[in-house]
Design a protein. Structure first.
Length: 90
């Protein structure tokens, strides 16, 4: 199991990116429990939980997978959410 955090605004893009590489939502909609929204997606033996607690600044991503798949590999497979910077900002 590996845990990560991100801005809640990124969860829809992460969910779409996971779907693009074959992850399927375990339920057709997000579960909302007491101000917490949870989306569970799976592909084979890998399961990814996207959790947003309303009122918190950060969202949680938990990856459950076997040792062969490696949790961080799931996120490394995703397309980049932002283009790389081409030079110094200014």
């Amino acid at each position: 199991m590996d845990r990560y955090t991100c801005l809640p605004e990124l969860l829809p893009a992460i969910e779409a990116s996971l779907a693009a590489i074959g992850y399927v939502a375990a339920a057709p909609r997000r579960h909302a429990i007491g101000g917490t929204r949870i989306t569970v997606m799976r592909r084979g033996a890998a399961v990814v939980s996207l959790r947003e607690d309303l009122g918190r600044d950060m969202a949680d991503i938990t990856v459950y997978s076997n040792a062969e798949m490696g949790g961080i590999g799931v996120l490394e497979e995703l397309p980049r959410l932002f283009p790389p910077l081409l030079g110094p900002a200014g």
